[in-house]
Design a protein around this ligand. Structure first.
Ligand code: BGC
Length: 244
């Protein structure tokens, strides 16, 4: 099946048609920077622009950086608060004229990685973390993907993503060493509760694993996402038709 996958992120929206049997992008991805302040109505226009770019009139799977229940958005830590409570499925279907399914962005990335990427064929407990504007997380086990919100584990009274997301590294102007070490403390805290066997790191920074993986020192085997930053697009397409 051909499905348009769209990954809504804090820094950019990215989309491409995906062949769901193979996970391959059928065209070069199209990227639009996320405006600093963007209401749901304005975001719907951008999503429609992406669909228009591909002259798309088929199904669309959208990954969103928040908790999704059914097609409703329950949280919006790094985007406009007006998204909270919004029926994203309805909003984007109306803007594009296409059937739309919503899913959490990190759950989308996990689906792609477990089916076609770094976790392919692996049945053991896997923690996927996406490091970008925020921290996305999912737990995978025997083919199941469970969207989680470990980026909001509280550290010093704030969400962990405030300190150790990829955006936080830049904002705090940290060296790879300092950031990688703090990221390691965070990941080992998660390990004490979750005991994953495999950790997959996604998000734009996953391409720079050589610069910081050596400082993280987790118990589990840690690998970069095979789809790097495109896992979100592929997974958004794969998640079409699933609940939340
Ligand atoms: C959101 C998650 C999302 C993550 C990555 C967090 O702030 O709460 O739902 O997966 O950012 O975008």
């Amino acid at each position: 099946m051909k499905i348009l996958g769209i990954d809504i992120g804090g820094s950019a929206l990215k989309g491409a048609p995906v062949e769901t049997k193979t996970g391959r992008l059928l065209a070069e991805r199209f990227r639009i920077e996320t405006p600093e302040v963007v209401t749901p109505a304005a975001m719907a226009k951008i999503v429609a622009e992406i669909a228009g770019h591909f002259k798309w009139d088929g199904p669309i799977g959208i990954g969103f950086p928040g908790v999704i229940e059914g097609s409703h958005i329950l949280t919006s830590a790094n985007l406009h608060p007006k998204f909270i409570g919004c029926d994203g499925g309805k909003l984007f279907a109306k803007a594009t004229g296409c059937p739309v399914t919503m899913t959490n962005d990190a759950a989308a990335a996990a689906l792609a990685e477990m089916r076609f990427g770094a976790g392919r064929g692996f049945q053991g407990k896997t923690l996927l973390l996406t490091l970008g504007t925020g921290i996305g997380s999912s737990l995978c086990y025997h083919g199941m993907v469970v969207p989680c919100e470990f980026g909001h584990l509280q550290l010093r009274g704030k969400s962990a993503e405030h300190f150790v997301s990829a955006a936080a590294r830049k904002r705090r102007d940290l060296s790879w060493h300092k950031w990688g070490t703090e990221l390691g403390d965070y990941i080992r805290t998660l390990e004490q509760m979750l005991w994953p066997e495999l950790i997959i790191i996604g998000g734009g920074v996953s391409a720079k694993g050589r610069k910081f993986f050596k400082y993280v020192k987790p118990r589990a085997r840690m690998v970069p996402a095979k789809f790097l930053n495109e896992a979100g697009i592929v997974g958004a397409a794969l998640s079409f038709g699933r609940h939340g």
